[in-house]
Design a binder for this molecule. Structure first.
Ligand code: ADP
Ligand code: MG
Length: 227
């Protein structure tokens, strides 16, 4: 069941028609999913403070209800090395439509996968797992299942991917934590199932997988009933 904090996040997001990334990440952590260490800074001073806490290098992203696809408008700066670079990014973001602050985040790395969901009229909530993150369109390597998904079924999904060896170990590269990935897919599917028809689609892209863990580096939750 969704707890009160989760319901509040959904309510706060309704006027925007989608869930801003920092709120989406909060919702996902409440559902037991892992995100890189991050904070929603409301201004430059707060951003600098958060970056000092996280430690450079960091990623900065614009938070704005008007900016759904952040990199399309230059709203993501990765590999920020110091205060000067962070100030520069903050100034750029502050000039963007609907600016509501900056998400300051720890740099993550690993094998990139995408985990998504779509509310299908006929089938209900369909969950997708795919190889590729930003290059997902290139690989066209995805598998689908209906939510909810148990970890053992999620494990099968992983092995059905054509590029599964990228995850299970390839030419000396270590396998990612498959148990953590299966658990991530499963917990995500259960959250999606509980959110129900209020949610039109979710994109976790990229999810960064390492031998240790799976971190959700970006989350976009689109609400139903928007044109
Ligand atoms: P959007 O999809 O809205 O353009 P993302 O949050 O996905 O924005 O960021 C764009 C790209 O920046 C990602 O695809 C990823 O390659 C990189 N990125 C985002 N967050 C991180 C992070 N915490 N660590 C490392 N790279 C990141
Ligand atoms: Mg993204």
């Amino acid at each position: 069941m969704l707890n009160d904090e989760m319901k509040k996040i959904m309510e706060d997001s309704r006027p925007d028609g989608w869930v801003l990334e920092p709120r989406a990440k909060k919702l996902l952590s409440l559902a037991g999913l892992k995100t890189p260490n991050h904070a929603w800074a409301k201004d430059e001073a707060q951003a600098l403070k958060k970056a000092a806490k996280i430690g450079y290098p960091v990623v900065a992203k614009v938070v704005s209800p008007q900016v759904v696809h952040k990199s399309d408008v230059g709203g993501v700066a990765v590999g920020i090395e110091d205060d000067e670079q962070l100030k520069e990014a903050c100034a750029r973001f502050a000039a963007m439509d609907g600016y509501q602050g900056v998400l300051v985040e720890e740099m993550a790395s690993g094998v990139e996968v995408i985990i998504g969901s779509k509310n299908d009229e006929q089938f209900g909530q369909v969950v997708l797992l795919g190889i590729g993150g930003t290059a997902v369109e290139l690989y066209k390597d995805t598998v689908l299942r209906l939510a909810p998904i148990e970890p053992s079924q999620a494990n099968q999904m992983i092995h059905e991917l054509k590029g599964s060896r990228l995850l299970t170990g390839f030419r000396g590269s270590e396998a990612v934590n498959l148990e953590a990935l299966a658990q991530t897919v499963s917990s995500f599917s259960k959250l999606v199932d509980e959110l129900g028809e209020e949610v039109e689609s979710i994109d976790l892209n990229p999810v960064m997988c390492t031998p240790d863990q799976c971190l959700i580096a970006d989350a976009r939750i689109m609400l139903a009933g928007q044109e």
